[in-house]
Write a protein that binds this ligand. Structure first.
Ligand code: SF4
Length: 259
């Protein structure tokens, strides 16, 4: 398998299917220090050279005090590749870490989102690209179904609340075995986040579940991704999406409140 070819095909398919990038866009890639976003950056840089539309790519990292290693080698790597990179040490996130060392993801991601928009605005970007992979989409689907009572995963493309930025996830079809191998081949000096090492979390449990099942069913994630794009609402329980026959008067049945 030609790794780069596979990666570009899958990223290209996502961009095309969900209309993620348009002529004249300036795309800011959110680099987390990990293999996924580094792979995304490289894919977008390659596509910017080859695609029939004009768009530019820049990159940034928000420091929230959770990296387990110094970020400098990562910066050096990007410099060597000639990538314009902004490193932003987010003071409110650092204060949050001092005040509430065990804060949850809600608070942390809210701080990060504010910082991301601030940086993207400074960079003159109208699109922000995130490195969520096919694995993240599959895990999100299971997590939301099992713990929030909602059949949903992640949006491949959406707008920020005030519609200032288009938020895109071009790795939706790319599994992490690809990002791992590709980042390795580039020699990315990955900087792990402390959270990625945590055990006893839902995320870890789902990763282990997938890991176990995939030994026997190697195409599991591909099938789940296909299922997310091939919904049969008549076999689910949300009547908002049921067909006309569900609205026929004779199909209505009084709700039994007393026996
Ligand atoms: S996993 Fe860690 S870095 Fe990510 S949102 Fe949660 S607390 Fe923040």
């Amino acid at each position: 398998m030609d790794l780069e070819k596979t990666l570009l095909r899958k990223v290209g398919e996502a961009i095309h299917r969900f209309k993620m990038i348009r002529h004249g866009d300036r795309v800011a890639v959110a680099l987390s220090g990990g293999k996924d976003s580094a792979t995304l950056l490289e894919a977008l840089l390659l596509l910017a050279k080859r695609a029939p539309i004009d768009f530019t790519v820049c990159a940034f990292t928000v420091e929230q005090g959770k990296f387990l290693r110094p970020i400098a080698p990562f910066g050096e790597y990007l410099k060597e590749r000639g990538v314009p990179w902004t490193y932003f040490r987010d003071a409110p996130s650092m204060r949050l870490l001092e005040d509430q060392p065990d804060h949850g993801c809600d608070l942390c991601s809210r701080y990060r989102r504010r910082a991301v928009y601030e940086i993207a605005r400074d960079l003159g970007a109208n699109v922000v690209a995130f490195g969520h992979t096919a694995d993240d989409f599959c895990e999100a689907l299971l997590r939301n179904t099992m713990f929030t009572g909602k059949l949903s995963a992640l949006p491949p493309v959406t707008l920020s609340r005030d519609r200032e930025f288009r938020l895109i996830r071009p790795l939706v079809f790319v599994t992490e075995d690809i990002t791992r191998a590709y980042a390795d081949s580039l020699g990315v000096p990955v900087v792990p986040c402390g959270c990625s090492q945590k055990t006893g979390t839902v995320r870890r449990a789902l990763r282990d579940l997938f890991g176990g099942l995939e030994r026997e069913y190697p195409h599991l994630k591909e099938n789940i991704l296909s299922a997310m794009g091939n919904v049969d609402p008549s076999r689910l329980l949300d009547t908002r999406f049921h067909g006309a026959e569900a609205e026929e008067p004779q199909a209505l049945f009084p709700i039994v409140t007393e026996l």
